[in-house]
Write a protein that binds this ligand. Structure first.
Ligand code: AMP
Ligand code: ZN
Length: 114
């Protein structure tokens, strides 16, 4: 069994509310939602952060973002808008070191973030 929390969600050895799955990406609702819609989109392959993707990962990066817009649309955010966030490293506030993009919506998002 994987040591990585999100790899375990991919393996389905820990449960999650999965809202989208394809060959390369998985989307599931955040366990501690900070907005009415708060969903995470991850690559199924273990990648620690956005810093670990390179030129050869272009197709995966595109798929990740297309999954984000699909899930946002499915969640009814197309008209109201939403925010995508990829916390990266210590100052970025990353706590789970398997790349994930937060989709947040359903309320106004302040700027700048904390
Ligand atoms: P970050 O701080 O950007 O690394 O975000 C990690 C996110 O993962 C946080 O928003 C957590 O609430 C979320 N999270 C942690 N464990 C789980 C889990 N088992 N299922 C769903 N979301 C989780
Ligand atoms: Zn992982």
């Amino acid at each position: 069994m994987s040591e990585c929390l999100f790899c375990r969600i991919v393996e389905k050895t820990i449960p999650a509310k999965v809202v989208h799955e394809d060959d390369q990406t998985l989307a599931f609702d955040d366990i501690h939602p900070q907005a009415p819609v708060h969903t995470l989109v991850i690559p199924k392959r273990h990648v620690a952060s956005i810093q670990d993707l390179g030129e050869s990962d272009q197709a995966l990066l595109v798929r990740l973002l297309l999954t984000c817009t699909k899930v946002a649309n499915d969640k009814g955010l197309a008209d109201s808008g939403f925010r995508l966030v990829a916390n990266t490293g210590r100052n970025g506030g990353q706590t789970v070191f398997h790349l994930h993009v937060h989709i947040m919506g359903g309320r106004h998002m302040g700027w700048p973030p904390g």
